[in-house]
Ligand binder design. Structure first.
Ligand code: FAD
Length: 657
């Protein structure tokens, strides 16, 4: 059997290597248009950023090593131009010599991947506009970065990243690592579109904190030349001039060869295959970014360009070529991204996707820490879980945070694949010691909350329902008076949880009570109390104010755009010296209202003019500390974001020393 494989990276090389392991006798030829096979395309942004220092470490194999280890005939710089299905031949061009020849096959495997989208905009072929797919693209970008960041220049080189998806975010981070001034423009009203908008808000904040200008709802209208530099024009007239621009506006399946030979494409433009990854032609298989897959959660046709699925599909094709019966179970879109010190990702269906398909779902939010709060180096994550109301089956999960995001995402991904329910999550026995997790792991916690909801032990109201809350409702803020004073929802009344039992008589039993607190724990306790005391219509705000503030983000910063960083640069900038050593208080790991209570207690013991430096991981701390200082008349000298979700406030106690 002679097997010809078009495309020599993730899917193609997986197919070739596994087929050899299963069939020593097969003749296996791989055609790869580019200069390299089996290279680490996922690592390209990190070499641009200098994180992966050696270019060669991205080159995993060469035709020679593949010949020696697996007896594969790998031909780089050989492009498949045309497929003659009747004659079972592929027309090939050797790009190095220009020679054309026909390569016969018994079985053909199409793994040509996906091509970056290049919208037909004016000057889209500008030489300073780059897409990133392979090492040649990476080298071109690095050349411009090196040339424009030449020593002696007193302004940093500038880049515009177009598109806030996974590759756009990675490029923004890595160009910042190289010292470039970076503007990120995104046509939608959020970055990382696979996530729901409220789950992407922390990424937008994270970008700004690291000095990246973030411009949402900004569609590119045209590109212009400015004496060799590039200007990116946004619809509405705004213009960003830069030394280079990265077009990371998504990819589309590279299905041209397949359609040219009469193979079918699905509604999303990917090559249509059956569960065995065979096209309509029994001698042609296809795998990787080029194919249309079934979404494993929704059952819908989908194109999901990810390395894991591409590799696994390659293996399945090889199995089937070797006579085994191997079926691809669909893709659930598990993906993750690092953005400076943040991590974000999702698995399964998003809420917006479920809404678009009209599928029933329930959702919960929680903010557990990545590991035990009392062990250093953790911060709360923002976790969203979607599940089926009738069966409790998990439909999707999304997390944004600092430590431990990846392992929870992978547990949820496994749970979805195994068809587990939220009740099952409660019982998962997960590894725990303080540096790694919690005795009640975030995954267990998500199970507890969701199972409570399904059992009717809790009822939620959601941030987006604020304008449509029932007539006559009472918004009950159960935080402390101190927190309430610092800010609360319009119309809310303060019934601190600690005094709620004494105040019950003042509340009508049949009035709709919409309870909230900062993260949802105190309001859940209040909910249980109220329901058991006979209050009929009680609901607690899902995810508390932390989620609320991400659903209803604060209006743009002064200047009207909200584009500028909230802090000049991220990192350990020294606090201003005052001659006196400040009292340092570490509130990391404390959840609200812990940091504020501690702050108030420590401040009360200080003299006017003394300074206090407080570090906290509670995401609400910067806003709370600012409001508290204003309320108390103390001076907030500095609020410095630090790595790992920590914020450091430097406060001078009011009065004179
Ligand atoms: P590819 O890996 O793109 O390989 C297809 C190959 O086919 C190409 O090398 C192409 O030159 C060749 N080819 C096409 N047409 C022809 C032809 N006519 N003749 C000969 N050869 C041809 N995924 C993740 O899951 N996680 C990540 O972190 C991640 N990061 C990424 C970062 C970047 C910068 C990029 C570009 C992608 C990233 N991906 C990531 C996506 C992942 O790399 C792809 O999903 C995966 O490589 C797809 O594998 P594939 O084999 O289908 O296509």
């Amino acid at each position: 059997m002679k097997v010809l494989i078009i495309g020599g990276v993730a899917a193609g090389m997986s197919a070739a290597a596994r087929l050899r392991r299963l069939d020593e006798a097969a003749e296996i030829v791989v055609l790869e248009r580019g200069e390299h096979v089996s290279f680490a395309n996922c690592g390209l942004p990190y070499h641009i950023g200098g994180v992966i220092q050696e270019r060669d470490s991205l080159l995993l194999q060469t035709p020679q090593t593949l010949k020696e280890s697996l007896n594969l005939d790998v031909r780089t710089r050989h492009e498949a131009r045309n497929i003659d299905r009747a004659g079972r031949r592929v027309q090939v061009t050797d790009l190095a010599t220009g020679r054309e020849y026909d390569e016969p096959y018994d079985k053909l495997v199409l793994c040509p991947g996906a091509a970056p989208l290049r919208p037909p905009l004016p000057s889209v072929d500008h030489p300073r506009l780059f897409t990133l797919r392979n090492l040649a693209d990476m080298d071109r970008i690095l050349d411009v970065v090196a040339a424009t960041a030449a020593p002696g220049k007193n302004t940093p080189a500038a880049a515009v990243v177009i598109g806030g998806g996974y590759i756009g975010l990675e490029m923004a981070e890595n160009l910042r690592h190289r010292g470039l001034a970076v503007e990120l423009v995104e046509m939608l009203d959020q970055v990382l579109p696979p996530l729901d908008p409220e789950m992407a808000r922390d990424l937008e904040t994270g970008l700004r904190r690291h000095g990246v200008g973030v411009h949402l709802g900004a569609a590119v209208a045209a590109f212009h030349d400015r004496a060799g530099r590039i200007a990116v024009e946004i619809k509405g007239g705004r213009m960003f001039e830069a030394d280079l621009a990265i077009l990371a506006a998504g990819v589309k399946p590279d299905s041209a060869l397949a359609t040219a030979c009469g193979l079918d494409c699905g509604p999303r433009g990917g090559i249509r295959v059956d569960a065995h990854l065979r096209t309509a032609d029994p001698d042609i298989y296809a795998a990787g970014d080029a194919i249309e897959v079934v979404d494993a959660v929704t059952g819908q046709p989908s194109v999901i360009p990810l390395a894991g699925p591409a590799n696994r599909q390659g293996r399945i094709v090889a199995d089937n070529l070797a006579g085994r019966d191997s079926v691809y179970p669909g893709t659930q879109g598990t993906a993750i991204v690092k953005l400076f010190d943040l991590t974000a990702g999702g698995t399964g269906a998003s809420e917006k996707n479920l809404q678009r398909l009209g599928r029933p779902y329930r959702k919960i939010y929680l903010h557990p820490t990545g590991h035990a709060g009392y062990y250093p180096g953790t911060a709360p994550m923002h976790l969203k879980l979607l599940f089926a109301p009738d069966t409790g089956k998990i439909l999707g999960a999304q997390i944004t945070g600092y430590d431990g995001v990846d392992k929870r995402l992978d547990v949820f991904a496994t749970a979805i694949r195994a068809g587990l329910t939220v009740e099952d999550l409660q019982q998962l026995e997960l590894a725990y010691a303080p540096p790694y997790g919690a005795a009640k792991d975030p995954v267990n916690m998500a199970g507890f909350v969701a199972a409570n909801l399904r059992r009717g032990d809790v009822a939620f109201w959601y941030a987006e329902e604020l304008p449509t809350l029932p007539a006559g409702h009472l918004l009950l803020d159960v935080r402390s008076p101190q927190e309430f004073e610092l800010g609360h929802l319009p119309g809310a009344v303060n019934f601190p949880l600690s005094r709620l039992r004494e105040q019950l008589d003042t509340l009508a039993k049949d009035r709709p009570l919409r309870v909230y607190c900062k993260v949802g724990l105190r309001s859940y306790l209040a909910y249980r109390l109220l329901r058991q005391r006979g209050f009929m219509d009680v609901q607690t705000l899902a995810g508390g104010l932390l989620t609320f503030n991400r659903v209803h983000p604060a209006p743009a910063a002064p200047g009207g755009t909200g584009d500028r960083p909230v802090a000049p640069t991220f990192g350990a900038a020294p606090v201003r010296a005052t001659g006196r050593s400040p009292l340092r208080v570490d509130c990391c790991g404390l959840q609200c209202p812990g940091p504020l209570q501690r702050l108030a207690r420590e401040a009360a013991a200080l003299k006017p003019g003394n300074e206090l430096v407080v570090t906290a991981t509670d995401p609400g701390f910067p806003a709370d500390a600012k409001a508290w200082c204003e309320g108390q008349g103390h001076a907030l000298l500095e609020m410095m974001p630090l790595a790992g979700g920590r914020n450091e406030a430097r406060i001078r106690i009011s009065g004179t020393a």
